[in-house]
Design a protein around this ligand. Sequence first.
Ligand code: PLP
Length: 368
Amino acid sequence: MSRPARAVFNLDALKHNYRLAKQLAGNGKVMAVVKADAYRHGAIACSRALADEADGFAVACIEEALELREAGIEQSILILEGFFEVSELTDIARLRLDIVIQNSDQLAMLEQTPLSQPIRAWLKMDSGMHRVGFLPDQYRDAWERLNNLAWVNDIVLMSHLSCADDEDHDYTLSQLETFEKYTLGLPGERSIANSAGLVEFPQARSDWSRPGLMLYGASPFPHPHPIADQLRPVMELHSAIISIKEVPAGSSVGYAGKGVTSQVSRLGVIAMGYADGYPLHASNGTPILVNGQRVPLIGRVSMDMLTVDLTGLDDVKIGDPALLWGESLSVSEVAQHANTIPYQLFCNFNRVPVSYHETVKNLESTHQ
Ligand SMILES: *Cc1c(COP(=O)(O)O)cnc(C)c1O
């Protein structure tokens, strides 16, 4: 028998979440953000599942875009960081990739490199995140320069929100205002919203929304929000109990003795560790489902294993199933216990064998 850790990705849930994003976007188009291997859900599998309905896809860099083109994805693919070297521009033009232009070096390189086929550029404004993008008062000049290039046939006006998941809306509203003010009168489509922006700010929806996290079924908000109940988690992370033993009160558990039993306790070990992407910093008490019932993590997570306190749970035996996150235990709750965000838990996912579940024309299929 092989190690019981495994992940199942539900592509029906992905489609459901995409359709929810489309609904929220109204008449706007929605590009599915599949960077970082679709937040480690598998960029090719996820993009293929959405290929019939997605208006476009977004990735971080050209390597990720090439992977999708090679897999047969024909929609527009936007490279969110743009290009780093002139040599990338040949493939960008040949494969009809869209690029973000976010700094003046990229703009200068593009000016000096006539392309065989015209491309679409997304000109990014830094409306307040202060990461990448042109500052508002440099934006119009950058637009003019792009607009002068014969090999740029379409310019989308773009920005990114830094605090759309915050309960306080002030900062986002000021970003939206800045974007509005400094793009006033410029022609072209607009794109602002990530998941949180799409859900929370109708005025940020514009022509193109760019949701990522919500497509995978996790709420983009750190606080309780009704959208959480409408999203369906795509990833289920499973494993099983591989050891059970009873120890006296006062036993220290795992490396560095980070957990100590308060009573005579039955401890169960689950084949799941930080090498699989389970967070090292999950605190004592982080919930895990064993046989569908919540039990608390105890002690520090190891590389390949972690320990739960099964005291009070009857009839647990070696081989019984454990769910680390999924439909009945949200990744967000686990993230909170580990003082991190669902984005990072997804991105850290590693090593575990995966399979995909998808209902195709009333036939259920599971493939590896
Ligand atoms: C990652 C990213 C997104 C998607 O953000 P989510 O919070 O996952 O919805 C959208 N736009 C840009 C520019 C990004 O880098």
